[in-house]
Write a protein that binds this ligand. Structure first.
Ligand SMILES: Cc1cc2nc3c(=O)[nH]c(=O)nc-3n(C[C@H](O)[C@H](O)[C@H](O)COP(=O)(O)OP(=O)(O)OC[C@H]3O[C@@H](n4cnc5c(N)ncnc54)[C@H](O)[C@@H]3O)c2cc1C
Length: 607
């Protein structure tokens, strides 16, 4: 079974991606060029990634005391990815890019996430370099970003610390000016950093000539104190190996040391590290302290980081989606081949009959359709958000601003919904395999382990929920929420005209009204402790409503296609979502609306 027909349908029949070539930036593109990118990525993913997914799980990265060793397959896969030009796909022609719409880039990267999420397809490197292209100086772009786009260097994001995960205001890494001429370094104001960064993905390896860490740190005030809160956070480029202004390695190691590898539940093909900055293991000019170059203005580090958050979070949502999809495809294949049990007839089961394949049992079909509705719905949502990113960057000012606001509201859903429900899909894929699914002889347990990360990183589920209810639905006078409601209502108006979809259109209208009422009720006292006590059930209900909208909109496109098994499958997945999933929002919104304090008010001793 191939992912490609689903991607093609969503990109071309639903989102009309080729219409983007009417924009000046994408004028050279067409369905042909998009197809060529998809073909290449599908092929590299099939040849260089999928066959090695189990290898990278069993041959975890290890440290030999000097180097971190990864399987040869990871080196080969990442070389092939860099050679494909995908690291710089969205960049301008004059820096070697393809000016590819993000919608197509995201769709093409989906093949890698499905084939082997943990071999990785350069999301961190691209994100790191993209940030520098916006906030870096000319020299920083030339020396660091362009070498990342070519695949010569790779990138990391160093936000978290052992004591500062969700709460970045507690970042304790310090950056002090490096000598009296610190302002005059051609690579940017030069500082010395000291501190520990925890959980850093791809923080140490030998895959590239150099690793470019983007590090959040605080510059102390004149009394040596760190400014409390996030206002005091600045952003620094800290290369693992020092470079000159031509991007050549100087031969000197920067003072960044691997303190240890984290041994993870899944996603084992990517190293995960505790890094010590500036402890003196690799002194520079005889002094302890990692050399770092300031990016943007002091105190604006988080602002710079947030620049790339939308795309990073769509990337996490896409990874979760594709892990779910991998499990769906594996369990569908298994269900078509596994004989077990007899069919239920009017007189019950007839033991004299030969066994049937499990796909013939209603409950197995339920589990398959649930996976299909979660994962194909999530893929549609991610591509819709990717299309909004293109709108934000290339549409006229008013449309671009609408896209920006819609993304503000939708990004917590794009990140969190697949992290929860495509993980649930992985659990159903194990269930369909029965006992075999619980062994390492089949791939589905690995998909679940790999996917379990996504509710944790890039803002945990709880943090995303508070961001949605505490900030996003309220911002700019609730305009983002109104815009979203406008889009949902536009779909409802079209669907209500279709006899096959009218009932679902009504159900979606009611769900939207319920979400709106619950948002108001949650904030009725104006107290964040009341409103946010049930932020996660709110996120779940909001997410299910958004997915119901996406499915209804997809169904409108599916309906006009000629009769086929694929069309029947899409419409059935949409019906499944409306019949089995959307009704769940009532229970979630009940506790939100009543500002239920069952959990929040329980004293610790009662647990
Ligand atoms: C495999 C992996 C890769 C990672 N990669 C990177 C990386 O490359 N770069 C990087 O900087 N970081 C990375 N992270 C770190 C990741 O972003 C953090 O783990 C995450 O932000 C949570 O921080 P924490 O682990 O300290 O948990 P905590 O913040 O301690 O949270 C623990 C629990 O408490 C809840 N909680 C915390 N605060 C609140 C609150 N105010 N209200 C309600 N609930 C709350 C959380 O939701 C969570 O359930 C990675 C993590 C992992 C596991």
């Amino acid at each position: 079974m191939s992912l490609r027909p689903t991607v093609d349908f969503l990109l071309y029949d639903w989102l009309d991606a080729p219409s983007l070539s009417a924009r000046e930036r994408f004028a050279d593109h067409s369905r042909e060029t998009f197809d060529a990118v998809l073909d290449t990525c599908e092929r590299i993913a099939r040849e260089k990634y999928a066959p090695f997914n189990r290898v990278v799980d069993t041959q975890e990265p290890h440290f030999d005391g000097e180097r971190v060793i990864l399987p040869q397959a990871t080196h080969d896969a990442q070389k092939a990815y860099a050679a494909s030009g995908m690291l710089s796909a969205a960049q301008d022609y004059d820096v070697g890019g393809m000016q590819l719409p993000y919608t197509v880039e995201a769709a093409a990267n989906a093949f890698f996430a499905m084939a082997s999420v943990s071999i990785g397809s350069g999301m961190l490197t691209t994100g790191n370099a993209n940030l520098l292209m916006v906030h870096g100086t000319e020299a920083q772009k030339q020396v660091f970003a362009l070498n990342e786009f070519s695949g010569r260097f790779s990138g990391t994001m160093c936000l978290s610390e052992p004591q500062a995960g969700s709460s970045l205001s507690d970042v304790a890494t310090r950056a002090v000016p490096d000598g009296p001429d610190f302002q005059n370094d051609p690579l940017g104001p030069r500082y010395r950093l000291k501190g520990n960064k925890m959980w850093i993905s791809a923080g140490e390896h030998e895959l590239t000539d150099n690793i470019i860490h983007l590090v959040l740190a605080k510059i102390p005030d004149e009394n040596g104190r760190l400014v409390p809160g996030t206002r005091g956070i600045s952003l620094f480029i800290v290369p693992k190996k020092l470079v000159n202004t031509k991007g050549e390695l100087t031969g000197e190691r920067n003072d960044v040391a691997l303190a240890g590898l984290n041994h993870k539940c899944g996603w084992r093909g990517t190293t995960n590290t505790l890094l010590n900055f500036g402890e003196g293991k690799y002194p520079v000019n005889g002094e302890a302290g990692a050399v770092g170059y300031l990016v943007g203005q002091p105190g604006k580090g988080l602002h710079c980081m947030f620049h790339m958050m939308n795309e990073a979070r769509i990337g996490v949502g896409m990874a979760a989606t594709m892990l779910g999809m991998a499990g769906y495809h594996a369990s569908l294949d298994y269900a078509k081949n596994r004989p077990q049990g007899r069919p239920m007839g009017p007189a019950g089961k007839d033991p004299a009959q030969p066994p049937v394949r499990i796909i013939e049992h209603a409950d197995v079909k339920r589990m398959l359709l649930a996976q299909k509705s979660y994962c194909e719905g999530a893929l549609a949502l991610e591509l819709y958000c990717a299309r909004l990113v293109d709108e934000q960057h290339t549409a006229d000012a008013a449309t671009a601003d609408d896209a920006r606001l819609l993304l503000e509201v939708l990004t917590p859903i794009a990140k969190s919904w697949p992290s929860e429900w495509c993980l649930e899909a992985n659990s159903l894929a194990i269930q369909i395999h029965g006992g075999y699914g619980y062994t390492r002889d089949f791939p589905v347990e690995q998909y679940w382990r790999d996917n379990r990360l996504n509710m944790i990183h890039e803002g945990t589920h709880g943090i995303q929920a508070m961001d949605l209810l505490g900030r996003k639905v309220l911002m700019e006078g609730g305009k983002g929420l109104s815009l979203l409601a406008g889009r949902i209502n536009a779909t409802i108006e079209r669907a209500i005209q279709q006899p096959e979809l009218a009932a679902h259109a009504n159900a979606l209208g009611q769900a939207l009204a319920q979400v709106g009422a619950a948002t108001k009720a949650a904030w009725a006292t104006g107290e964040p402790t009341d409103a946010l006590a049930n932020a996660v059930p709110y996120l779940q209900a909001f997410g299910h409503t958004v997915l119901a909208w996406i499915w209804l909109d997809v169904a409108l496109a599916a309906q006009v296609a000629p009769a086929s098994a694929a069309r029947a499958g899409r419409l059935a997945a949409m019906r499944f979502f409306f019949h089995y999933e959307l009704p769940k929002i009532g229970a979630w919104l009940q506790v939100v609306s009543s500002r239920d304090q069952t959990c929040a008010a329980l004293p610790e001793e009662a647990f």
